[in-house]
Design a protein around this ligand. Structure first.
Ligand code: C2E
Ligand code: CA
Ligand code: CA
Length: 801
């Protein structure tokens, strides 16, 4: 599994650095902006103050200028030569000389116009023509002046407009010593005052005509362009921004004089750029510092981010390892912080997962009871072996009568028995290259790698030989029998499921035939080609009269009288000779042919009963029914018809049914059994003890008889536990009102023991082997119950009780 991008730690590192860097930059930008705007506000305020001061300074300079010029005018008015030229003011005056004197004085102090007017304010002489405009000013300027009493102080800058031009004017009386006219001097406004202003205050200034004919009159700043300047001008006395030739400036316009629609004023200018230049420099320095700070921050925060991400990276790697299923590498916390705590949690998770994983593996691949590998592990190992195309043998083993040991001696005992069996099998298979597993219940399986048929059969024999030794558990001795089925690869299959099912088939067959072990053969398998030809042969056998009916007598264990006989089929095969039923009955059951076979047996049995009656014998016949017969709904009718054909009463026919046949489909089997019971047939449970039904269940079945399986009966003499099973079965059957038949009576001792335990009937080689019908009728009159008084059972009974 790919871990999500979240754990792309390079990115995380970058993100941590970027986030802090971003924060730093935002703070820096905000403070940079704040500083910038406060610089501008401060600059604006101080420029405004400067411009205000500038205005005052300029006015002051103009007043000083006026005072100076006033003094100069006084000097002229007091000049001896000048007074002489005027005379006493009476008679003709020498105007040219007067004009010269005015000119001389005027030139000396830079006056633009000098005018002399007589006592009556009449113009006498002037330094240039057309000076009426100036002459008119004399009266208002000199009105309060006296010749005695000192000079009057100058009141203001005395700026006037004459012919649209601004002038600074001063006027003084001429005293000879009596007042004798006045002198007026007018000065054009020049750049000298503006330059003084600039020296004092760093302000540029321009005197402008702010009338309809707007233009700059004089200025301390070169290259002032009227058209550029005029539109930017704002109201009197206010601060405003303007731009000249790419330079940012602040201006303040002050009106100096206004007359008949014309106005002249001064425009004070301060370069904004210049004013904030030192601050800007500071700001740039600050910016530089910020840059250095950011660079330092990046350098320092990288290792810091790495300190955060490094342990995370280790954790991410650990998580990947866990994801891959590596639970063995421990995760050590590298620190005591949150990441360390996370690592500790990871470590706890790792150990927990590992423990659980082990448990799951144990449960998934091991049998908890015996500690042996289970079916899953076995299948995997077998699959590996088959993939490696190695030859191998599968031995499947199923214990005999385990169900009953379990029922009678308890589940705890059954578990111990399974453990002991598994120990024995483990010991036996330890040497060979093999795997032993428990498939479930009392089923074990052994894989022999590289084994051929011979080796497999020998292994099975070794196991069966070993099983002849009884087991000792909790002071009890248990006889263990087993059926072993063998399937070989590649002969019988190259797939796990095929091999297992074929070994199982062989195993069941071995159990049915009670031959210990059996190698799989196709005849066991109803679907195989060989089976199909066998089916053909079997059909032919019925038509060609190759089937033979054998009878095995059943005796009353108390009287020794023959009360009945079991009908057993044989196949007289032209090539193979007498074929035992176990070689074809299971096959006939699988293919359904058993119905014909049963019909044949029942018909033969009916004939036997008929001839027995004719001979005056009160004999019953037991015939075997299989699962398929029980599922046949028409069976009761068919049987009835058969018997009536030979005029035999139903009570003479006993039908033997195995537990497993009933358990296949208990519902339907029960229906058939009930019909048969109602019709008066005797019903018997065959092979009791080998199946899985309980006595409690049997209670519900309409049966009359119970046949204890021969494996218990035959082992009974040697094994006390088998004897116990037989005893309790007899007791329980009697409690349920059933009569009990023991099959497999091979000795007189067994007979005597069974009789002692209250068993009703017996059947076995000790009495007679199954024999052909004619032979049976010959044997019957000759039969005499043997004398069993010599058989000693004392120890057996004392052990049982
Ligand atoms: P089964 O019904 O349990 O029959 C008893 C079997 O035990 C018979 O084997 C019999 O020969 C054998 N037997 C009897 N006494 C002794 C003894 O003292 N010691 C030993 N070792 N064996 C003894 P058989 O005849 O080979 O039949 C085997 C099985 O085949 C039968 O078991 C029965 O299940 C089936 N079978 C036989 N004939 C028929 C038939 O006509 N129809 C059906 N459906 N099944 C049949
Ligand atoms: Ca039987
Ligand atoms: Ca039987």
């Amino acid at each position: 599994m790919r871990l999500p991008r979240l754990l792309d730690l390079r990115r995380l590192e970058a993100r941590i650095v970027a986030m802090f860097l971003g924060l730093l930059l935002v703070v820096q930008l905000i403070s940079f902006g704040l500083i910038g705007s406060s610089i501008e506000r401060n600059a604006e305020a101080s420029i405004s103050a400067e411009l205000e001061t500038g205005e005052r300074v300029y006015r002051r300079l103009l007043v000083q200028e006026a005072e100076k010029r006033n003094d100069a005018a006084r000097v002229l008015a007091a000049d001896y030569g000048f007074i002489e030229t005027i005379g006493n003011g009476e008679g003709q005056q020498d105007v040219p000389t007067l004009t010269d004197a005015l000119k001389n004085h005027g030139d000396r102090i830079g006056a633009t116009v000098v005018v002399y007017a007589d006592r009556e304010q009449r113009l006498v002489a002037a330094t240039r023509p057309q000076v009426e405009g100036f002459a008119k000013l004399i009266a208002p300027l000199t009105r309060k002046m006296r010749c005695r009493g000192g000079s009057e102080a100058i009141q203001g800058p005395n700026i006037v407009l004459v012919g649209g031009q601004p002038y600074q004017v001063v006027a003084v009386p001429v005293c000879t010593p009596a007042p004798n006219g006045s002198v007026l001097m007018a000065f054009e406004l020049d750049s000298a005052t503006l330059k003084d202003l600039k020296q004092l205050s760093r302000l540029d200034a321009a005197v402008v005509n702010n009338g309809p004919d707007w233009h700059v009159l004089v200025s301390s700043r070169p290259q002032l362009i009227d058209n550029e300047l005029a539109p930017q001008l704002r109201a009197d006395g206010t601060l405003f921004a303007l731009k000249l030739g790419g330079e940012q400036l602040r201006g303040r316009y002050v009106s100096l004089v206004r007359a008949s629609g014309d106005e002249v004023g001064v425009l004070l200018l301060r370069s904004f750029d210049e004013a904030i230049a030192p601050y800007r420099q500071l700001q740039w320095k600050l910016l530089g510092l910020t840059g250095v700070g950011v660079a330092l921050f990046v350098l320092l925060s990288l290792p810091f981010a790495r300190r955060i991400t490094e342990p995370l990276k280790l954790l991410a790697e650990s998580a990947k390892r866990l994801g891959r299923g590596d639970y063995d590498t421990p995760i050590e916390p590298k620190s005591t912080d949150e990441v360390g705590a996370l690592a500790t949690a990871f470590e706890a998770m790792r150990t927990d997962i590992r423990a659980r994983e082990e448990q799951v593996r144990r449960l998934a691949f091991w049998d908890p009871l015996t500690g042996l590998p289970n079916r899953e592990q076995f299948s995997q190992r077998l699959s590996q072996q088959l993939n490696a195309s190695g030859r191998c043998a599968v031995l499947m083993l199923d214990l005999d009568r385990f169900k009953h040991v379990n029922d009678v001696l308890g589940h705890a005992f059954g578990d111990q028995l399974l453990c002991s069996v598994s120990e024995r099998l483990s010991r036996l298979s330890a040497a060979s290259s093999s795997l032993l597993a428990r498939l479930g219940g009392d089923e074990f399986v052994l894989l022999l790698e590289g084994a051929d048929e011979m080796a497999a059969i020998q292994a099975a024999r070794r196991i069966l030989k070993d099983f002849e030794q009884p087991l000792h558990i909790e002071d009890q001795t248990v006889d263990i029998g087993a059926g072993i089925g063998i399937a070989l690869s590649p002969e019988h299959g190259i797939e796990v499921s095929t091999l297992l099912s074929r070994a199982e088939l062989a195993m069941y067959s071995a159990k049915r035939r009670q031959c210990g072990s059996m190698v799989y053969e196709a005849a066991l398998d109803a679907g195989s080609q060989e089976s199909l030809s066998l089916l053909g042969e079997l059909r032919h056998a019925v038509e060609a009269n190759e089937l033979r009916l054998y009878l095995q007598p059943k005796i009353d264990l108390n009287s020794g009288a023959v009360v009945s006989a079991e009908a057993l089929v044989r196949w007289d095969h032209p090539q193979r000779g007498l074929v035992p039923p176990m070689a074809f009955i299971p096959f006939a059951e699988q293919t359904g042919f058993i119905r014909q076979l049963t019909a044949w047996v029942l018909a033969e049995s009916a004939k036997v009963l008929q001839s027995a009656r004719l001979r005056g014998l009160d004999l019953r016949i037991s015939a075997n029914l299989s699962t398929r017969d029980l599922l046949d709904q028409d069976l009761p009718v068919k049987v009835e018809q058969l018997l009536s054909r030979y005029s035999v009463a139903p009570e003479f026919l006993c039908l033997e049914i195995t537990e497993s046949a009933i358990m296949d489909d208990p519902q339907r089997a029960l229906q058939t059994l009930e019909r048969l019971h109602e019709m008066g047939f005797r019903l018997s449970i065959d092979d009791f003890g080998t199946g899985y039904s309980s006595l409690a269940y049997l209670k519900r079945l309409p049966v009359d008889e119970l046949k204890i399986d021969k494996s218990f009966v035959m082992a009974m003499e040697r094994e006390i536990d088998d004897a116990k099973i037989v005893r309790s079965t007899i007791e329980l059957a009697h409690n349920l009102g059933l009569s009990v038949v023991a099959e497999g009576v091979e000795t007189g001792k067994a007979w005597k023991l069974l009789a002692g335990l209250g068993c009703d009937e017996g059947q076995g080689y000790f009495i007679s082997r199954p024999m052909p019908v004619e032979q049976f009728f010959e044997w019957l009159p000759r039969w005499q119950a043997p004398d069993l008084s010599g058989e000693r059972l004392d120890t057996m009974f004392s052990e049982l009780n």
